[in-house]
Write a protein that binds this ligand. Sequence first.
Ligand SMILES: *Cc1c(COP(=O)(O)O)cnc(C)c1O
Length: 404
Amino acid sequence: MYFKNNKFFIEKIESLKIVKKYGTPTYCYSLNKLKKNIENFQSSFKSINPLICFSVKSNNNLQILKEIKRSGMGADVVSKGEMIQALKAGISPNKIVFSGVGKNTEELKFAIEKKILLINAESKSEIIEIERLARLKKSIVNIGLRLNPNIDARTLKKISTGKHEDKFGLTEINFLNVLNNFKDSKFLNIKCLSVHIGSQITDYKPYSKMINVLDDMINKSNHVFDYIDLGGGMGVQYKKKTKSFNYKKYNSIIENFLKKHKVKIIFEPGRSIIANSAVLLTQIIYIKNTNKKSFVILDAAMNDLMRPALYGSYHGVIPLLKNNKKNKKIHDFVGPICETTDKFLSIKGFQNLKEKDFIAISDVGAYGMSLSSNYNLRPKPVEVMVDKKSTKIILRRQKLLNII
Ligand SMILES: *Cc1c(COP(=O)(O)O)cnc(C)c1O
């Protein structure tokens, strides 16, 4: 994605052509960017030969999952719906892991029937339930135990998952208890130790601590795990000044860990694979000026992209046509929804804007469309994939007819 003659391009297509063809708001992905991200991730960890399971909750578009499958990756799912979607995309059950603190009986039954690689359990009650179902079906179920390593991922508080105050995983004591109680079960095979300490982590140090805790835990547990599932969480550069994640360093830490433990590593990346492959194209409906501010009212809203309203997260804003004329006012880019948090960005100074101009909101591929809703009875946007000179719809725009 780049500017040429002041026009914003996605691969070889001028973005203004895309909004003319598909309207707004529109999620627009670059296939090339997605492929590059996958390649980068795979090559960063080539030396440890991991199983990489794409986190479907970050983006559940079927065409994108088919691309994930083509690349050889598996899937990390958190619901029956996501499991069905991953299977529909052709991802093999033996590359699917199932995470989440509240998997219900129906979801667990389905996972057992499909013989997925691992159910990563997060509480004693859940393990009792899995064992009960396995006994009923007279089958042996492969499970992982998710450890809460009590580590501060130093990310946004609302997307931290690895501290004792967070609801996820088993504390060290509970982990060891559960392991002792169930390691001889005839119906459960405890194959994996899993962790996931949070999201948008840009520093390798929390991971380094996490690996130390795992090392410790394996030694204490005296159990042979086939897999260590390290979760996802690698951060991306929503802002230019954010330093990029040091994959080399993380890989070498894991290499050292593998010298001590002969296990297969699993990753569950979402954001790092898909976030920067998409923009949300939107049109300015009105501009409302006050003494202090210029409210730029867009046709995209928090129902289309909830991250800023939900976590206060940052997404850049890009004009589809650059004009190099400055307006020094504070600009609030907002949506039409009746909530004060329906605001994408507030920045001091932007280029001159007019009503009906078009804007791109950047890096929306992860937790963008997958978090969208019909709040205010607004239909969800269309998703479009750009591949060099061509565009195609990968999910149709919802019709009012179908939501009313
Ligand atoms: C959300 C989630 C992920 C993916 O996190 P990213 O930050 O998108 O890489 C991986 N594993 C689990 C268990 C998750 O809940």
